[in-house]
Design a protein around this ligand. Sequence first.
Ligand SMILES: Cc1cc2nc3c(=O)[nH]c(=O)nc-3n(C[C@H](O)[C@H](O)[C@H](O)COP(=O)(O)O)c2cc1C
Length: 321
Amino acid sequence: MLPELKFAHIKAKLPIIQGGMAVRVATCRLAAAVANEGAIGVIAGTGLSVQRLREEIQRARKMTSGYLGVNVLFAASQFAQLVKTAMVEKIDFIVSGAGFSRDIFAWGKELNVPVLSMVASARVARLAEKLGAAAVVVEGKEAGGHLGTDRSVFELLPEVLEAVEIPVIAAGGIMNGEDIAKALGMGANGVQMATRFVASEECEANVKFKEKYLHSMPEDSVLIDSPVGLPGRAIRNQFTERLKNGERLETRECRNCLKNCSHRFCILDALEKAVDGDVENGLVFSGEFFHRIKEILPVRKIIEQLVSEYEQYRCKRSGTQ
Ligand SMILES: Cc1cc2nc3c(=O)[nH]c(=O)nc-3n(C[C@H](O)[C@H](O)[C@H](O)COP(=O)(O)O)c2cc1C
């Protein structure tokens, strides 16, 4: 049986966190569906207004009594306002990545909300633990969106486990029950999965966004230079080709969504376009292994599959030992 995932006051039946996905890919509907299955749902706060994030949390609470977190990228200019809003709304925990905030730990203590840090090295994991993180999510190069490393999660995991005593959650390229067994077998307390949950019925991204995952080829996983100042993993399309060719990309009026922006292109525009269905002119963030997904399923089915694949793999392993 899959073990529970425990950190701070949280005791989830399944050791699976659904990764935050901005902009508007991981909304209340997806997060609540995941939480209803005994795993942990996460609403992506980045790119939302404070009011919209508040509504997302309140709606999610009406849809589930399970555990819910909010993810906000440190790079977002609204970082502090969004994090504090989620904390005031009594979200179960906050998870933050793409840069490192020290302040968030003080806000978490003051408002009594656990904080998880996304890390890509043992050094940053140690720092997060020292500052009071309830757990760390170690994310490898297989992950979708902004990346802090070019190393595999399975290479980083032992180093992070060695460095900290708080729970460690593995993220990046975890697609099935066998991957979960592998991560837990190495000592991880849980996994964070995002790409697999995009191709779910409850994900509110336009169906063309989900179909892009289903119909692209393995070699279409590409890295772009994000205006955030980090590489980002996405699916090749006309937009990524134009970036690669150094073309000038028009931007609508700047909404100052980032603390520091290279202004190479507008990431908010590009992500919004894609999630609304313009998957050639927008930016389709995705983990490396989207091509392993064969169909769009309800979250319940995805989780059932993960659990049964995990059990089967464990049985097979114990039979051969
Ligand atoms: C479409 C998309 C958007 C993402 N947006 C965010 C985000 O806003 N904040 C964040 O910390 N991580 C973000 N990620 C990373 C995921 O939360 C997760 O850690 C990672 O993708 C895990 O790898 P997997 O997708 O292979 O499961 C995003 C990933 C995807 C696929």
